[in-house]
Design a protein around this ligand. Structure first.
Ligand code: SAM
Length: 282
């Protein structure tokens, strides 16, 4: 995949860029420059690098803990560090319904501060293993610090891209992801990679932003909307078709709630989708 933005020059980020409800603040986006906007990769790394740096401040302020408060139970929040909660930027709770089992290997695409990895780690136990993949160096640093603070021994966080997952074929029982694939320009490659690394019969459970209908062109070309998981959100029927075309079976929509329930414009088309699918047993 190329780092060049296929949409041409991105319009600048504004201070309200956000992935998931209430996950952003001015400091996260204010100092972006045009030089940093030469690719979607750079814009995403910039935005989530700043989110990682602001995680502690966000955790201390209930008005800025949108995703962790919205999607996770009190018991789940009590099991993670406050910085993992502060960095949380998902649009669902895939681990809550993925039914990770003791001894399984779980891989999280776009692990951020590690929230879903830490929850999966306690489910798979000492005989299992969790791998978090993220392309933003500051997020990887934060997740490793969170793992050290939690003294979690069955997790590794790797710097890498979900379009080229640093993991051997047929080695993972469960792939999870939370509001990340919408940020990728190359979704069919991501799904191919998920199929490659899953063991036969393995499953993936993901939450992601999708839409009911195509987004306006200016929204798709806006860096602000792209880093908010909106500009790159696919039409849900096409997204499910892509997963089926990749070769997955048993595709099941587990929930598809409106992302912006009070919106009356194009934003009313946005949905928080959670789904499960399986790699065929062969
Ligand atoms: C919206 S955040 C979600 C983080 C985490 N899943 C959560 O629920 O808090 C998106 C994360 O995905 C990472 N990311 C985005 N695109 C990526 C890609 N193509 N490859 C690897 N990581 C990516 C970002 O760096 C960021 O940490």
């Amino acid at each position: 995949m190329s780092d060049a933005n296929p949409l041409g020059t991105l319009t600048p980020l504004d201070a309200t860029a956000c992935c998931g409800d209430g996950c952003c603040d001015d400091a996260a986006t204010a100092e972006i420059t045009h030089a940093q906007l030469d690719s979607i990769t750079a814009a995403v790394q910039h935005r989530y690098g700043n989110l990682a740096e602001n995680a502690a401040d966000r955790a201390a302020d209930p008005s800025r803990r949108g995703a962790s408060d919205a999607f996770y139970t009190e018991d789940q929040r009590a099991a993670i560090t406050s910085e993992a909660a502060g960095a949380s930027a998902g649009c669902g709770n895939p681990v809550g319904i993925a039914d990770a089992r003791p001894g399984e290997t779980v891989l999280d695409l776009g692990s951020g501060g590690g929230i879903d990895c830490f929850l999966a780690a306690r489910e798979v136990g000492d005989d299992g293993f969790v791998i978090g993949i993220d392309m933003t160096p500051r997020m990887i640093e934060l997740s490793r610090k969170n793992a050290a603070d939690l003294q979690t021994g069955n997790i590794v966080f790797k710097l890498g891209r979900i379009e080229s997952i640093p993991q051997p074929d047929n080695t993972v029982d469960l792939v999870i992801s939370n509001c990340v694939i919408a940020l990728s320009e190359d979704k069919d490659r991501v799904f191919s990679e998920v199929l490659r690394i899953l063991k036969p019969g393995g499953r993936f459970v993901i939450s992601d932003m999708v839409t009911d209908s195509p987004l306006p062109e200016e929204v798709r070309a806006s860096a602000t909307e792209w880093v908010a998981c909106v500009g790159g959100a696919a039409v849900m029927s096409e997204y499910l078709g892509l997963i089926a075309d990749t070769g997955f079976t048993g595709i099941e929509v587990l929930s598809d709630e409106p992302s912006r329930p009070n919106a009356t414009d194009w934003q009313s088309s946005l949905k928080n989708l959670t789904l499960r699918a399986f790699k065929p047993v062969e």
